[in-house]
Design a protein around this ligand. Structure first.
Ligand code: ADP
Ligand code: MG
Length: 701
């Protein structure tokens, strides 16, 4: 390694580290490791305690064995047509141990060559491997790594707590461990600290170099935990700074236009709704209107459980825009839902002079062109659609308000993109998966939050029970016989191979031919052409079908009041949020409704998930439980989780650090709004490199 200043070495490509070279550099890149700093931030996925050799007098079933001793005997033999074994007997302080290496297949070159050279009678070595029941009843060790006692590198791998990394083809555990160890040994002491010293003191955190060394090669587990805390704090601090800055940026923007509450549309709209708004709806509409009338653009999250009446709230906001001569956009996650929203809006807005149009990717080129032209000419007041609304050529001359429904389908990054596209846009984002507070801080730090915490009257919540298929279908048939309708839902088994389609389709055939023979049964799944999906959905809503067999395409938003039964097959394969959404499709009127979860809960977690759903209909509770059971990565989708640049930090486990970091971020910015002081220089640099270059999130100019 060339002697560069420590800051510069962090930026250097790993290719130039000793032992890497171009081929391994390519492999490392697959792990996200390009520069030396990436390498040091490739944190272990686990640690093994190899400080002491394993006591062989203890029971050794299925455990990691670390043995240290002298080889007293070696043999190698063919154990079958395609397997050879190299066996060494190692005499250790606590007993003799047979150690085995395997060679599979009939490779031409001799993979035992190194063993024959190294592991010979009389040599002293360390062996690490798994203990397996031996052929003769005694245990034996299947070797994973070995180190000769006189190998100077042995001390990196044994006699200490050892990191275990995620790997990729062409990169071995041993190689990576030695590479990181070398960089740390040469440089850790000089690595620059970029967090302000007072934060470190206040929060009692390790220095950067110290933390990096200890997270990879801790002397003891408490040291590792301290290192992890420091690194988690740092990730949170940077994230919260990014959010605060982003939020401040938005607040500093000026829309350059104002809203006036004219009520030319709002009053007749409310008059013809056919119901009174709930108090929660009125409160939230006021929060939104206050926001809209501020000079800076709104970025507001509206959370409210399934059925809490978000659509009417969104529509009120859109009407305020239209009253003021502006255009609005309403974006739904699926075509079915976009379709349904359009129909709902048409109903609520009947006889009012509001021009609605729809844009999805299924429109034919000509229809699309016509719609776009009308939008461009300002002849559309509210455009409803899917992600197709985000496409380049969709241009609204007077777009001021965009509503995004069911935000949990929508990544942090997409949100940022949207905001960048139009800095004067007011954004209302709606979700029915309430987000626990800790998570909201981390995920939606740039948003203001409104909550609908009251359900409209006249709804029954669907009762949820666990049942066998037969029992569920019997009940279903009775309900259908009295004129109600039912859903039967199958999980997506494998999106990529389209197996979901196969299973719902096959099941559809089976049910139609067997248990549900004689009933009007329709099928709907995600891979069907959009037109067909819409048709089936409309027919079902109109009562033409008694039973709808579906994949989770019907998960969000579908609103058919006459549906009173839902049977969810393989319910253990769904996430809790999905199950909660799904059952929200029934119980949408005064009709008593019931949701059957048909499942074998194979794991205690699955068991817990289903129990929670049976016990509670409160979306907030379910959100919390879900987060506890699955961790944030799965809860919000791994892709989104990755977007947050949180590698060690765990939103749930490290909740206390998160709020500490949030406070510190706030202080730092209050004192030094653009992070220009010397003390904040390192912070500023990290922040820009993490969130600005790749994301365009923060601007410290
Ligand atoms: P979600 O919040 O899940 O999107 P919706 O907006 O689809 O809920 O509303 C669910 C149902 O409740 C719809 O049929 C809607 O018309 C109805 N609804 C909304 N607000 C009220 C209210 N204040 N009183 C009675 N029904 C309402
Ligand atoms: Mg909805």
């Amino acid at each position: 390694m060339e002697q560069l200043p420590a800051t510069d070495i962090l930026k250097q490509s790993v290719q130039y580290l000793k032992g890497v070279g171009p081929r391994r550099a390519v492999a490392l890149e697959r792990l996200g490791v390009k520069r030396v700093s990436d390498l040091l931030h490739h944190f272990p996925r686990d640690w093994q305690d190899r400080r002491q050799p394993t006591d062989l007098t203890r029971p050794l079933v299925d455990t990691l064995i670390v043995a240290r001793g002298r080889v007293t005997r070696v043999e190698h033999f063919q154990a079958g047509p395609r397997m050879a074994i190299y066996k060494a007997t190692v005499a250790t302080a606590t007993g003799k141990l047979p150690v085995l290496w395997f060679k599979h297949g009939s490779r031409r070159y001799d993979v035992f060559e190194a063993l024959k050279r190294d592991v010979v009678r009389g040599c002293d070595l360390w062996v690490v491997g798994r203990s397996e029941p031996g052929l003769l009843g005694a245990h034996e060790v299947h070797a994973e790594e070995y180190y000769l006692e006189d190998d100077p590198r042995a001390a990196i791998h044994v006699g200490r707590i050892v990191p275990v990394y995620s790997l990729t083809e062409g990169i071995t555990q041993r190689f990576l461990r030695e590479l990181i160890h070398t960089v740390l040994a040469d440089r850790a002491a000089q690595l620059p600290e970029y967090l302000p010293g007072r934060f470190l003191e206040e929060r009692r955190l390790l220095a950067y170099g110290q933390a990096l060394r200890a997270v990879h090669f801790p002397a003891a587990f408490p040291e590792r935990d301290a290192a992890r805390s420091r690194l988690a704090y740092e990730e949170f601090l940077l994230l919260e700074l990014a959010w605060f800055l982003k939020r401040r940026q938005t607040k500093e923007l000026s829309k350059g236009f104002g809203y006036e509450i004219r009520k030319t549309l709002l009053t007749p709209f409310r008059g013809q709704l056919g119901f009174e708004l709930t108090r929660a709806q009125i409160r939230v509409i006021n929060e939104i209107f206050d926001d809209l009338r501020r000079p800076s653009p709104m970025t507001r999250l509206l959370q409210g459980d399934v059925g809490s009446g978000k659509t009417v709230v969104a529509l009120s906001a859109l009407l305020l825009a239209v009253e003021n001569g502006f255009q609005g956009a309403f974006m739904a996650p699926t075509e079915i839902l976009a379709d349904q929203h359009l129909a709902t809006m048409k109903g609520f807005l009947r006889d009012l002079p509001v021009r609605l149009a729809m844009l999805t990717s299924r429109l034919k080129a000509k229809e699309r062109e016509q719609t776009l032209a009308a939008v461009r000419r300002g002849e559309v007041d509210i455009l409803v659609g899917t992600h197709a609304l985000l496409e380049e050529d969709v241009r609204f001359p007077r777009l001021r308000l965009a509503v995004i429904d069911e935000q949990h389908r929508f990544g942090v990054r997409q949100r940022a993109t949207l905001r960048q596209k139009s800095s004067i846009l007011d954004l209302l984002i709606m979700t029915a998966t309430p987000i626990p507070r800790t998570l909201a801080l981390a995920l939606y730090g740039d948003l203001d939050v409104s909550t609908l915490d009251e359900m409209p009257p006249g709804k029954t919540t669907a009762r949820t029970v666990r049942a066998g298929e037969e029992e569920a279908l019997d009940f279903l048939k009775k309900e259908v016989a009295v004129g109600h309708q039912a859903y039967i839902v199958y999980p997506i088994i494998d999106e990529s191979s389209r197996l979901d389609l196969l299973s719902a389709k096959q099941e559809f055939e089976r049910l139609r031919a067997g248990p549900l023979a004689g009933l009007n049964v329709a099928l709907i799944h995600g891979a069907m052409p959009g037109k067909q999906k819409t048709r089936v959905m409309r027919e079902f809503a109109a009562g033409a079908w008694q039973v709808l067999v579906a994949t989770p395409v019907i998960e969000v938003g579908i609103d058919v009041h006459n549906a009173t039964v839902m049977v969810i097959q393989n319910a253990d394969r769904f996430g809790m949020a999905s199950l909660h959404q799904l059952r929200g499709r029934i119980g949408r009127s005064r009709l008593e409704s019931i949701c059957f979860l048909v499942a074998e809960a194979r794991t205690p977690q699955a068991q817990k998930r289903l129990e929670t759903l049976v016990a509670s209909s409160d979306g907030f509770r379910i959100g919390e439980e879900d987060l506890k059971l699955r961790g944030p990565g799965e809860f919000i989708g791994t892709a989104q989780h990755g977007e947050l640049a949180l590698k060690v930090a765990d939103i749930f486990r490290d909740a206390a650090l998160l709020s500490a970091a949030r406070q510190d971020a706030q202080w730092a910015l209050a004192e030094d709004p653009r992070l220009l002081s010397r003390e904040n220089a390192g912070l500023r640099e990290r922040l820009l490199s993490l969130y600005q270059k790749e994301w365009g999130w923060v601007d410290l100019a």
